[in-house]
Design a protein around this ligand. Structure first.
Ligand code: T4K
Length: 406
């Protein structure tokens, strides 16, 4: 359906462009028959969790896929970050970006570590190594880099700083499965890396995640910590927790792994189409993935520059939602502006200049197997139309907001 006049937009009374909602974060499901067979095997075997055969197979195949020595499956990435942080001996203060999902910061705070928020590089959206050193104090024990959108951090510079100050490095690789840094897949950098396989990720195990490391010592410690600290049957040697992945999640993981190349190819096909449709629109920037590296292309990230586009990100998201395109703001408004950090560190925003600009501009569009090329062309047309009529739409929406008291 073509929108030719403003009145054709759903916000102004026109029909919605899509009958069904198009979500960011719709799960990819691999071969259903294979999955059901594995689930049935699990139920028949009577072995549902606690380091079962499917978890072991999943860990083995994933470590092969990533080219990393150890892969430990876990129940979710948030708990995995806590376990990995403990395994690395993080305490006191840890430096991390505020431009990340709240789990990165909460995982540290939950184990009594002070998250020290660092600004980002506006080009990559990742932690800016040039801003790390000034945040280091005698209490700093580590750096938690986040590979935002699956784009690797500046690992070389972070390593240099960590060596200089004797800090440990953990990477939150929640978005990073299948992406690479200098030709090597993410997973083997820093002391350890943590992946998320939550349902909203392009590769999922329903809920779940993995910690990867090339260190035998770190892997052994994580194995203890994710299983209550048990060493043998009746012997508890550490304060541990329950971070285990169950067999059904591992069955889903194996099935996802069977289709991972296809998932990434679909993401890339969609990304290429979005890029060719949206690349030349004044005031929009679609994130570019480094063509010399592998990428999983799972996030279609747009930056809206209101000064050039004439419309701000929130109004564009509003228009898209009305058309049943559930674009999402990410990671709005930044961890430092959410509780408990907003109350604990009210001044911290002053040093997060780039973060504060970016959280007002970034949005993600639907991707994955749930959408097709014709959907993408339609979404792009609506975006183009909204920007072509930005002045009128902005005015009308401001008026609407004033009336509804927003
Ligand atoms: N570090 C980083 C950098 C992360 O991004 C995350 C998680 C973590 C750490 C922690 O990982 P986990 O502990 O979760 O393993 C989602 C996810 O819950 C979260 O995993 C993810 N990042 C974060 C960025 O997004 P929400 O609040 O956006 O989820 P929700 O329920 O609003 O769903 C988003 C959309 O996805 C919905 O519009 C519909 C769709 N959806 C969702 C689910 C759960 C489906 O279609 N099917 C589903 O089953 O948090």
């Amino acid at each position: 359906m073509k929108k030719q006049k403003i009145e054709d937009l759903a916000i102004f009374g026109g029909p919605k462009a899509f009958n069904e909602k198009l979500h960011v974060g719709r799960p990819n499901i691999g071969n259903k028959d294979q999955l059901m067979q594995r689930v049935s095997d699990v139920l028949d075997s009577g072995w549902l969790t606690n380091n079962g055969p499917y978890v072991k197979e999943f860990e083995r195949r994933l470590s092969e896929y990533l080219g990393v020595k150890h892969c430990l499956a876990v129940c979710n990435a948030t708990l995995a970050l806590e376990i990995a942080a403990r395994a690395l001996g993080f305490k006191g203060e840890v430096i991390l970006p505020s431009f990340t999902f709240i789990a990165s910061a909460h995982a540290m705070k939950w184990i009594n570590i002070t998250p020290v928020f660092c600004d980002i590089d506006p080009n990559t959206h990742n932690i800016d190594p040039l801003k790390i050193e000034e945040l280091i104090t005698p209490q700093t024990t580590g750096i938690l880099g986040v590979h935002v959108w699956g784009q690797p951090c500046d690992i070389k510079s972070i390593k240099k700083i960590a060596e200089k100050y004797n800090l440990k490095v953990l990477y939150d690789a929640a978005h990073g499965l299948g992406s690479s840094y200098q030709g090597r897949k993410i997973g083997g950098f820093g002391e350890a890396e943590v992946f998320s396989f939550h349902a909203t990720k392009f590769f999922n195990t329903l809920e779940g995640g993995a910690i990867t490391t090339n260190s035998d010592r770190v892997a052994n410690k994580i194995r203890l910590l994710r299983n209550f600290g048990f060493y043998g049957l009746d012997n508890v040697v550490e304060l541990g927790t329950n971070g285990k992945m169950n067999e059904i999640s591992a069955a889903m993981g194996l099935t996802s792994l069977d289709s991972i190349d296809e998932f990434i190819a679909t993401n890339k096909r969609n990304y290429d189409c979005y890029r060719s449709e949206l690349n030349d629109i004044h005031g929009l920037r679609i994130i570019h993935y480094d063509e010399n590296e592998r990428s999983n292309f799972q996030y279609i990230v747009l930056e809206v520059d209101e000064n050039k586009s004439g419309i701000n990100r929130d109004k564009l998201v509003h228009v898209l939602h009305a058309e049943n395109i559930l674009a999402r703001r990410y990671f709005y408004p930044g961890c430092h502006q959410l509780e408990p950090y907003r109350t604990l560190y009210p001044e911290v925003g002053k040093r997060l200049h780039e973060t504060e600009i970016l959280v007002e501009r970034v949005m993600c569009l639907p991707n994955g197997k749930a959408i097709n090329i014709s959907d993408i062309k339609q979404i792009s047309k609506i975006i183009q139309f909204t920007l072509d009529h930005s002045e009128r739409i902005s005015e009308l929406l401001s008026h609407e907001n004033n009336r509804s008291g927003k």
